[in-house]
Design a protein around this ligand. Sequence first.
Ligand code: CP3
Length: 345
Amino acid sequence: MIEKESIFLKALNKETLPVPPIWYMRQAGRYMPEYRAVRKNFKNFLDMCKEPEVCCELALQPIEAFELDSAILFSDILTIPDAMGLDVNFLEGEGPVFGNPIKTAQDVLDIEDFDTESLSYVYKAVTNIKNDLPTHIPLIGFCGSPWTLAAYSIEGRSSKDFLITRNFIKENNAEAHIFLEKLTNACFAYLKRQIEAGADVIQIFDSWANLLSEEEYKIYSLSYITKLISLLKNDPTTENTPVILFSREPKAKLQTIMTSNSDCLSLYWSMNNIDLDQTANKVAIQGNLNPEILLESNDVIKRETLKILQKYKNYPGYVFNLGHGITPNINPEKIKYLTDLIRSI
Ligand code: CP3
């Protein structure tokens, strides 16, 4: 990787650029007919993630279609709980369902140690993708935040309010912390292996940060993310790899989130009122167009995109992205329109 050729790495290094680098969360996925053509060969989504050659093909699809400035590993955040024996399955129309969720305090104590090498299929995918990418296009590796992984593992499935999880952490507080600690160590080992296999940047997805009050967020989410980033920043193999933190609508102040020491903050689409004077030269910013805007006319897309570009025009380290992932109902033509628009301004 030759850093000076990658505008994405420059932005993460807090440089002001004339045109921002562009990539999209969930850039590989069901909205693309090319993806659906491959996906139909697999009943269970995780079985597809276990085929490194298929993951490589899927990660490259959006790069080829839209010439984006970064690729992201094709995999899922739930590989870690699956490797810990919680038996993750993706059922048609239901999202993830755990065959063996964490139900009791004893389940936390009995959980299998995370064997980093049991996810060697992920590291193989990283190396394959890296080998196929042009040298100026970096590859993002990723994991879920310990809190987000714990919430899925305890709830056993997606949920609106995660009531089972909330009850669990109240009634089994010590074990909840033991579980979060185990997940933090697993995430570190997992990300280190992704970096060794070729990942240039890491993104941590705290997709369920929004479930927590400000106080709870600090205790159950931010403290473990901070520990994870500190492990990465203190290991010679991982210390120079930029870390992006995506948090879905956390209730904490930006100042608090910045104590995680991430290199870049990826803003959820509703986080559009932030004081850039507080973040400039301290942290790069990524985001944050509302993905639903991509269901509107090109005129509306243009208007909303210009607002964001104007706001971050002189910002030291800005990466264009959506405020959350591309949803299956978005027309790929809109992604093409948006990408070309940003580059034409
Ligand atoms: O380009 C990419 O971003 C692809 C790699 C990727 C996937 N999932 C593939 C995927 C990444 C980075 C993820 C992260 C992920 N997975 C998150 C964090 C991002 C976020 O949206 O907040 C979360 C919460 C998950 C867990 C997950 N995976 C759920 C809840 C679901 C089901 C809901 C859905 O969108 O279908 C998945 C499945 C999933 N992960 C799909 C893809 C392409 C769709 C699966 C299919 O084709 O059936």
